[in-house]
Write a protein that binds this ligand. Structure first.
Ligand SMILES: *Cc1c(COP(=O)(O)O)cnc(C)c1O
Length: 549
């Protein structure tokens, strides 16, 4: 069989991150700038960016903005040149109630009324203080103070994280939150501060839960970090769970930290309870182990419990609002650490000379730099320490984050959550139906934000081992992806780039409509049947290309 691309071309493509390879696939699918202008239709299932978004808390944001503008203009004598002032705290709730009455029936108004009641009645906070923080925040006329996160905003977002990440799991103590520009900023900040504080040094070993969102593979390799990496492999055969044998790699005292994405990306499966428990047991034996869990997809899972709930003192929790609220453009994420955590303890145990160096690093921002908590070091380092006073997430971003959080806290009994789950799961159903694979969806750990089409696993299931061996021998890894792109204008991301062990494609179930997933499924089916025909011709076999498994 003629191979699709030259070997040197293949090698270049293999070195690309899946997100860069995607751009090559888009070109092959005729989705370059010129073709886009000509409106050539392409089905890009490579994007993790959802095509849905939460409307109600956004309506709330805009209405709150109108109210805050009224407050600003009211606080100064009217100036036709367009000069306003800061909102006033006294009488704020009364004026807000009036605003709600005047705008009865307008989208977002009921939500805002509910949100203020929730904050007052369920969270026991002052409605006036809350409205004041929100109005000041949405007007954005002050630097974020405190820089780590606005005060009431932190409490509300904390409640949201508790509900979604901890649930009914017992949890002792409190945690701090740093509001950041999305999950990716969280990663950047955490890697940097771990290094600046000598908690992870060049030459150290970290463990990665594979396959994983590519930056976690790429950052440790950078010259800035030079980390050794131990991979913990989850496999398609085990339903993308980590075996005990893999998890036992964490017992090695050389391993300083374990970074994982849970539920995973790309398999989109949450770690089962048994494995979480097992990791928590290992942590008891290795109290110095640092865990970083990126739980961006936790809100799409059934009964999600984060590793942060099981091993709170060792775990840095990363969360992002990007996916669940369809808010990638807002750049909203959080980093949370327990008030009593291993990071602060390890900082206290650093050698004298290192402590002295860090004392100097942070002495411009506090009189007691040795006592500066890890999470506050993240804040300072995010602005190269010297600009600490301007650190923090913009206040309108924090307001929208709070409104998203309140929307979810008030979403009982999970109407929004269930609507999203139904949406992505019916897309998956449509896709697999057309490919000709029936799947028993009885794995409660599947989240289905993405699905991995593993050529070896599915090919074997459909047409047997011999066919798969022939296929792998006679095709280049990215050939199928390029043929899908060129011939059917379907773009998937290569699973390999995320560290999957077999050639595979990642299909995002969040980004297109159900009919598109049917079309993608049909395109794949056509391609598969063609390979079966070639196989039959090549080997004299008589596989039924129409078989459905
Ligand atoms: C999409 C995604 C993120 C989101 O990052 P943002 O910067 O918040 O958009 C973070 N982690 C993982 C694993 C993701 O898949």
């Amino acid at each position: 069989m003629a191979k699709d691309k030259s070997e040197s071309e293949q090698a270049k493509l293999a070195a690309l991150s899946p997100f860069e390879l995607k751009d090559e696939l888009i070109k092959a699918a005729g989705g370059g700038a010129v073709e886009r202008a000509a409106n050539v239709s392409m089905l890009n299932a490579g994007r993790g960016n959802p095509n849905f978004l939460a409307t109600i808390p956004r309506h709330g944001f805009w209405q709150l903005g109108l109210f805050a503008m009224r407050e600003s203009e009211r606080s100064f004598a009217f100036m036709p040149e367009g000069v306003g002032g800061f909102p006033r705290r006294d009488g704020l709730t009364e004026r807000f109630d009036l605003f709600l009455r005047e705008n009865k029936g307008v989208p977002g108004i009921d939500f805002l009324r509910g949100a203020v009641s929730y904050v007052r009645d369920q969270l026991g906070l002052s409605a006036g203080d809350f409205l004041y923080e929100m109005c000041e925040g949405i007007l954005a006329s002050n630097y974020p103070v405190p820089d780590r996160m606005l005060k009431l905003s932190e409490i509300i977002v904390g409640q949201y994280l508790r509900r979604e990440m901890i649930g009914k799991h017992p949890f002792v103590g409190e945690f701090d939150i740093f509001a950041v520009e999305g999950g990716t900023a969280a990663m950047t900040y955490i890697f940097n501060t771990l290094r600046e504080n000598h908690l992870i040094r060049a030459g150290d070993t970290i463990a990665l839960g594979m396959p994983i969102f590519t930056p976690y593979i790429e950052i440790p390799r950078l010259n800035d970090y030079q980390l050794n990496v131990v991979n913990l492999e989850a496999t398609v055969e085990s339903g993308w769970q980590y075996s005990k044998k893999e998890l036992d790699k964490l017992r090695d005292p050389m391993v300083k930290a374990f970074f994982l994405v849970n539920p995973s990306n790309p398999p989109s499966v949450k770690i089962n309870d048994e494995s979480l428990q097992y990791i928590a047991e290992i942590v008891k034996e290795r109290p110095d182990l640092i865990l970083l869990t990126d739980d961006v997809y936790g809100t799409f899972a059934d009964d999600f419990v984060s590793l942060f709930a099981l091993a709170p003192k060792n775990t840095i929790l990363v969360y992002s609002y990007s996916k669940y609220f369809g808010a990638t453009g807002w750049r909203l994420g959080t980093i949370a650490t327990h008030r009593d955590n291993v990071l602060d303890r390890l900082l206290g145990e650093l050698p004298k000379d290192v402590k002295k160096e860090l004392h100097t690093r942070y002495e411009s921002i506090t009189t007691e730099p040795d006592k500066l908590k890890f999470i506050d070091r993240l804040v300072a380092d995010s602005r190269t320490v010297a600009l600490n006073h301007t650190a923090g997430l913009s206040t309108p971003q924090q307001v929208q984050m709070v409104l998203f959080s309140l929307f979810s806290l008030m979403d009982t009994p999970d109407a929004y959550k269930n609507a999203l789950k139904r949406l992505i799961r019916s897309r998956k159903q449509a896709l697999y139906e057309e490919v000709g694979i029936s799947f028993e969806d009885d794995d409660p750990n599947q989240v289905d934000y993405y699905t991995i089409l593993d050529i070896e696993f599915l090919g074997e299931r459909m047409f047997g081992r011999k066919f798969v061996e022939w296929l792998l021998k006679n095709t280049e890894p990215s050939e199928l992806l390029f043929r899908l792109a060129r011939e059917a204008r379907v773009v998937l991301l290569p699973g390999k780039g995320f560290g999957t062990q077999h050639p595979s494609g990642r299909v995002s179930l969040a980004n297109l409509n159900e009919s598109d997933y049917r079309q993608i499924g049909r395109a794949m089916r056509k391609l598969i049947e063609e390979y079966v025909e070639r196989y039959n011709k090549d080997t004299g076999s008589k596989l039924d290309k129409h078989a459905v498994k």
